[in-house]
Design a protein around this ligand. Structure first.
Ligand code: SF4
Ligand code: SF4
Length: 408
């Protein structure tokens, strides 16, 4: 695609990056076939190709409007289009660049701006989110059905095994996950303990930065990233093998620290090392001899592969392979490439589209008569729980719940 960037961005690092991405797009439209918002709305401007065109116009100097912003807001950043694109267009990165510029040029309505500020103030901070969730849980039984369904039930975490192995890995605690589903990281610790690895939770770590980043607040996001690097660094130097992430949305973000902090003279090198040693939990288990996790349990599981697992990290099929290898029966899930509608804060900011995607996803997941639904990201898990008639768990909990009698 020919480009002619405007003076405000031409020959800047971000302008060059955007230009390179734009030039790769040949406008073939293959990506529209797998775009969830195009499927629902049928509007070219709600497709990847249309959004690329809108961003190109902005970078070429056309003033964006609220309509431009709306089409970009409706994008889930699911990156299904990247998986489909034969030309390797990095749509997700282009969307981040475009959104940031549009955010600076288009004023949001008071309600929209307040909602986004509120989410950015609460969600990344466990000290704010956790008491609010507890309050909601305490009044949950009194709430009408529709609201009650949106408040996750209280969950207890299993015991975290003592750090007894010489092999050690760090785990990201995350922002909302410890409050909503504290058993996920405890399950990961229990399973890895059986495989001879101790999982260490470093207290000073914070949100990975994804919430702020996707609310177009890159400065706050970079601050979270630097704080995590400071928290992990002494343990990295002390011999921790990897940083393990149990939420696929956070894994994508931490794997991008190196790229996003590349121009930071103090943190660039450390950020690159942190990203290089970051592993999704599925990568960690897949790389080990997982035979201690097998038993004769043939529970039927429908697995929802989060966009940040299959499109963001390109790890399609890895969790499914682990579950099958452990003896679970995976039920077929039609249109498994499509987003469930969670997408960070999307389920709150774009409720109509999110609810439609949720309904379609739950129908697809329950089509094969599973006994349980499993997924790999806290956002998807909490979102699916609001619409599914079956229990929804993190896949690592299925493995942790098994009595294999095989502690090493
Ligand atoms: S993003 Fe890729 S698939 Fe979509 S129009 Fe451009 S080149 Fe084609
Ligand atoms: S990221 Fe997802 S919603 Fe956004 S344009 Fe690509 S396929 Fe469509």
């Amino acid at each position: 695609m020919q480009t002619n960037l405007a003076d405000f961005i031409r020959d800047t690092p971000v302008g060059n990056e955007a230009d390179e991405i734009l030039r790769k797009c040949v406008h073939c439209g293959f990506c529209t076939a797998t775009c969830p918002t195009y499927q629902l709305l049928g509007d070219e401007l709600d497709s990847p190709r249309g959004r690329i065109y809108l961003i190109k116009q902005v970078l070429e100097g056309k003033r964006p409007t609220r309509k431009t912003q709306l089409h970009l807001d409706r994008c889930l950043t699911c990156r299904a289009c990247e998986t489909t694109c034969p030309s390797g267009v990095r749509y997700g990165r282009l969307a981040d660049i475009g959104r940031e510029i549009v955010e600076q040029q288009v004023e949001r309505s008071l309600v929209d701006a307040a909602a986004r500020r509120g989410l950015g103030w609460v969600l990344p901070h466990p000290s704010r989110f956790s008491p609010l969730l507890k309050l909601g849980q305490s009044v949950r039984p009194l709430m009408p059905g529709a609201i009650r369904q949106k408040i996750p039930r209280r969950q207890r975490a299993r015991a975290w095994p003592a750090a007894r192995h010489s092999r050690r890995m760090l785990v990201l605690d995350g922002c909302v996950q410890p409050a909503i589903a504290p058993d996920i990281n405890a399950s990961a610790a229990a399973v890895l303990d059986r495989l001879g690895i101790s999982l260490v939770n470093v207290p000073a770590q914070v949100c990975c930065g994804a919430v702020s980043y996707h609310l177009s607040n890159p400065e706050a996001a970079l601050d979270f990233m630097r704080r995590n690097i400071d928290a992990w660094w002494p343990h990295v130097e002390g011999g921790a093998e990897a940083i393990v992430i149990t939420a696929t949305g956070c894994a994508v973000m931490v794997k991008e620290y190196g790229e996003l902090l590349a121009d930071d003279s103090i943190y660039a090198e450390k950020a690159a090392r942190i990203s290089a040693m970051t592993r999704d939990l599925a990568q960690v288990i897949a790389a080990e001899d997982a035979s201690p996790l097998r038993n004769g349990d043939d529970t039927r599981v429908a697995f929802h592969s989060p966009c940040t697992l299959q499109h963001g990290q390109k790890l399609a099929g890895v969790v499914e392979g682990i579950l099958k290898g452990a003896g679970f029966v995976l039920t077929p899930v039609p249109d498994a490439h499509l987003c469930c509608g969670s997408a960070g804060t999307y389920s709150i900011l774009q409720q109509d589209l999110s609810t439609r995607l949720l309904k379609n996803k739950v129908t697809a997941l329950e089509a094969g008569n599973p006994q349980v639904i499993a997924t790999a990201n806290i956002g998807c898990l909490a979102h699916l729980q609001t619409g599914a008639s079956l229990p929804v768990v993190h896949w690592i909990q299925l493995l942790a719940d098994r009595d294999t009698g095989s502690a090493p």
